[in-house]
Design a protein around this ligand. Structure first.
Ligand code: SF4
Length: 751
């Protein structure tokens, strides 16, 4: 196959604009991918900017005869694969290659929901639609304004969506001519956790999501979002058709995406949406109404109890029965490293209720609890100091055996109370839904049955997630995330490696590629060492001749507040020499805003900042004005592709170490022990630094400077591990050399 791969690659390249260019790294990668697929070996390939890595895996994929899933982290790459690269490859291979894009179910309009709200004479009731959060890969289709929208606007949008559902051939939200408010879209869509499946659904035969799955099942290459692949694994393999190979492009994102996908999230919105969806299904019966309102109330209670924990880790014991699995005094740990504030959750401010609030103290975490299991609906003990409704009895929780040293820093009975309360109330709602199903019998209208099926499924998933929260293992980390709309309780595995080793690598060959493969990625993803190869094909660009990496060694230590004025002076000097044309990257909004404020009157160039516009519009504004400068934070360290003279200078305000208080990383550090800085923090900082520096040279004609304005990159003992991650530019500490080079680029005289 190697010869066939090479010649096919040449044919495909010839079809590209200005094609025919030989790229040895691309050929080397394509041959390695072909060998890996045939030999059933995993492969991790670092392929620098300009390699053309997507064709280097698509061509061997197309020729392999295997079904291959390509998972990408960004919509931009997904679009490029589906709209440009795969059609070219299909034309060049001439073997009837079929490919398809598959998205999560909530990305497609649901015919059943549309028929329920849009049927003849139907009244458009403005209730939140889905009883469940969007599917995991909804990040592909950015949610419209998450703020408030007036009911009339949403009603208008829903009517437009109902009309559009009649015309569209795909039902894919990405093809909508307008961006709907999330509430409007929720009313016409369904998540995977609610959909009863085509067989039980009255609209199953005309379902857009099912059609997309059927097309994927026929395809040789299926393009998905990495989040959807994570959902596939989390579901035990129920989302994607059987396949032999998975390619993870943008592989530096895989660990974080899997950490996300293999976890769970429970926030107030799930209770609110479930109650709204259940109300019309259960009708006016007294007991059922109380069950529904009990779940509805949980939304506010969750919000109130979780808020003081925002951004903080939750000790496992809190989530089970109010009894921590951690011995007293086993809290802290290292306390070293810079910036570590030793911040554990401690006791949240709003939870100082005294003894009355303890789930463990009142004997209320007993057994039994659901309406069907004998517990009365009114037997919840009253008087908790949270102002919560009473605590139902819950099954005794047995914590999983502790595998690693636990990291809890205390216990909070209010969280345990909250979880027990939610478990009881959701369980009671499930009971009422089941009872209503039994009472309805066989003569029930199919639309009513379908509606109840969806609510039951959403309630069942919520109950399962609550049960999982009560049985957290020490290999998981729980925390409260301060979401855009409300705080949410989140759980993730600390280490995804063992899960992927067990669920993925034994049956599927993995090809992982990125311009910046993080150090130790294969190990952290659990790829077996005996059957995993690595390769670095470099980049076709001449970095040494065309670019400088400048470290501002003379600047004060970046961690000192006194460093900021010197940083602003340095930026002014460099940007002036470059004639604008600068992407200034910052590690925090605060630092970015301070620089914008300090420099907007001192620089004679248009200064764009991340506060001004959404990312695509901002990048376009930057691209279209050669003298413009763009000041931005972490969202712009990757995915900004501006070739040509518009971008001659990339500045980086400090080494991008991860936040010391990131809950998942904090747990990983504790697991890693004394070597955590080298195994957790340095690899992430190195990858992000490389991503930021990689914004500079985007085509063979580009020239420019990456300026790191953090003297630690010239002085710290760990600097070598970071510098080796940056593209192989000529390095300098000499400011005069940099200014001269930038001036020559601006004048068009640089070599
Ligand atoms: S099977 Fe029915 S409920 Fe599920 S997405 Fe399709 S139309 Fe909607």
């Amino acid at each position: 196959m190697p010869d066939e791969v090479t010649t096919t690659l040449q044919r495909v390249a010839a079809g590209l604009p200005g094609g025919g260019e030989s790229r040895p790294g691309q050929v080397e990668m394509a041959e390695a991918v072909a060998a890996a697929v045939v030999g059933r070996r995993n492969l991790v390939v670092q392929a620098g900017t300009g390699t053309g890595k997507s064709l280097a895996y698509l061509v061997p994929a197309a020729l392999s005869g295997e079904r291959i899933v390509v998972a990408t982290a960004t919509k931009a790459l997904q679009d490029q694969l589906a709209d440009k690269d795969l059609p070219l490859v299909a034309a060049a291979t001439d073997n009837g290659l079929q490919f398809a894009v598959l998205k999560g179910r909530s990305n497609y309009v649901c015919r059943q929901r549309v028929s329920e709200i849009g049927g003849p004479g139907a009244q458009l009731a403005l209730t939140p639609g889905s009883a469940d959060p969007p599917d995991a890969d909804d990040s592909l289709t950015p949610t419209a304004d998450v703020g408030s929208a007036d009911p009339a606007t949403i009603a208008d949008q829903v009517r437009n969506l109902v009309r559009w559902a009649d015309d569209t051939t795909t039902g894919d939200r990405a093809e909508l001519p307008f961006e709907p408010h999330f509430r409007a879209w929720a009313m016409v869509s369904t998540t995977a956790r609610e959909c009863p499946g085509a067989f039980r659904c009255p609209s199953g035969r005309d379902c857009f999501a099912e059609d997309a799955r059927a097309r994927a099942a026929e395809a040789d290459v299926i393009v998905v979002n990495t989040h959807l692949y994570g959902a596939h694994l989390a579901s035990g393999g129920a989302v994607l058709p059987e396949h032999q190979v998975v390619v993870f492009d943008e592989a530096h994102e895989v660990e974080d995406v899997m950490t996300d996908s293999l976890g769970l999230e429970v926030g107030p919105g799930r209770f609110r949406a479930l109650a709204v969806a259940a109300r019309p299904v259960l009708g006016d019966d007294d007991g059922a109404s109380r069950a529904v309102e009990g779940v509805a109330d949980l939304a506010d209670v969750f919000h109130r109890v979780l808020r003081p924990w925002s951004g903080r880790r939750v000790p496992h014991g809190d989530l089970s029965d109010g009894t921590s699995t951690v011995e007293p005094g086993d809290g802290d740990g290292d306390g070293d490293g810079d910036g570590g504030d030793g911040a554990g959750p401690g006791r949240p401010a709003g939870a100082r209720g005294g003894p009355g609030g303890s789930a463990g103290s009142g004997g209320s975490a007993g057994s039994g609890g659901s309406a069907d299991s004998g517990g009365s609906e009114d037997d919840e003990p009253l008087g908790l100091d949270l102002g919560l409704a009473p605590l139902p009895k819950v099954p005794k929780v047995t914590p999983r055996p502790v595998r690693a040293r636990p990291t809890a820093v205390g216990s909070d009975p209010d969280l345990a109370t909250l979880l027990a309360l939610a478990t009881g109330r959701v369980g009671r709602l499930v009971d009422h839904l089941r009872r209503s199903e039994r009472d309805a019998g066989d003569g029930e209208a199919s639309a009513d049955r379908s509606r109840r099926d969806r609510v039951l499924l959403a309630a069942g998933h919520l109950a399962a997630d609550l049960a999982r929260l009560a049985l957290l293992g020490s290999e998981e980390v729980a925390w409260v995330e301060d979401g855009a709309r409300a705080p949410a309780l989140r759980v993730s595995p600390i280490d995804v490696g063992p899960i992927l080793a067990e669920q993925l690598w034994g049956s599927v060959t993995g090809i992982l590629t990125s311009a910046t493969v993080p150090i130790g990625l294969a190990e952290r993803l659990g790829m077996p060492t005996g059957t995993t190869d690595t390769l670095d094909v470099g980049s076709p660009f001449d970095y040494r001749a065309h670019s400088l990496l400048y470290v501002a060694k003379s600047l004060p230590d970046r961690r000192s507040p006194a460093a900021e004025p010197a940083l602003h002076d340095e930026l002014e000097l460099l940007i002036t020499a470059a004639g604008g044309r600068t992407l200034a990257l910052f590690t925090s909004w605060r630092a970015m805003r301070a620089a914008v404020e300090a420099l907007s009157d001192r620089l004679p160039f248009p200064l764009l900042s991340q506060s001004d516009l959404p990312k695509p519009a901002l990048v376009e504004a930057f691209r279209s004005d050669e003298s413009a400068c763009l000041f931005a934070t972490l969202g712009f360290w990757q995915g900004v592709d501006v070739p040509g003279s518009t971008l001659s200078l990339v500045t980086i305000d400090r080494i991008p170490f991860p936040r010391p208080d990131d809950p998942v990383l904090e747990a990983r550090r504790e697991l890693a022990g004394p070597g955590a800085f080298g195994t957790v923090d340095l690899p992430r900082a190195g990858t992000l630094l490389a991503q930021g520096a990689g914004r500079l040279i985007r085509s063979s004609g580009d020239r420019g400077v990456v300026a790191v304005l953090d003297s630690r990159l010239a002085t710290a003992r760990y600097r070598g591990a970071l510098l080796e991650r940056v593209p192989p530019m000529k390095r300098t500490l000499d400011r005069e050399e940099v200014v001269a080079f930038l001036t020559s680029i601006a004048a068009g005289t640089a070599g």
